[in-house]
Design a protein. Sequence first.
Length: 190
Amino acid sequence: MRQAFFFASLLLAIMCTVLSGPVAQARNKADIVELQVYPDPPNLKVRFRIDNCFNEEMLKAIKSGVGATFRILVVLEKEGVPLFRDRLVDVSFEHSIRYDTLHGQYRVKLAEHPNTTLTTKDFAKARQWMSKVEDVPIIPLWRLPKNQEYQVRVKAELSKVRLPFFLRYVFFFVSLWDFETDWAQVSYVH
């Protein structure tokens, strides 16, 4: 009887632990939204937004001077059976943010504008720059045969933060704010 009660309690504790994880994770789940693929001669371009990509722990770490980099992956494939799709493009680019504590400004670098560093004192503006991807060329239109259907998939992830050894104990929570979105996809007919 005691063993049955022990195993029932253990099973209940395990179920509570397992089921509470996805609920807590879903609350802070980053997503790709408003994904659009469109022709803008001479290229096929993509635009989208990353929702829920910052949480309180990230904001505290960034305000302390720890940089954050979003790595964005874009894949273009010919429509077909998933295992046998012909992959035409597999590209990644980055958005980086760092808070300059001396000047009290956020510095944002976007791969779409490689020679420009955007600066602002307003975190809401910096967050908007980091989470919005606009007019990124993914492939020249001449490489796409007409009347074909294509699948464009997009994913974003937070690049792993590398801290100096002496800061790992101060910012122990940094490993808690890694995120990765699910693949967002949209079909495109050229």
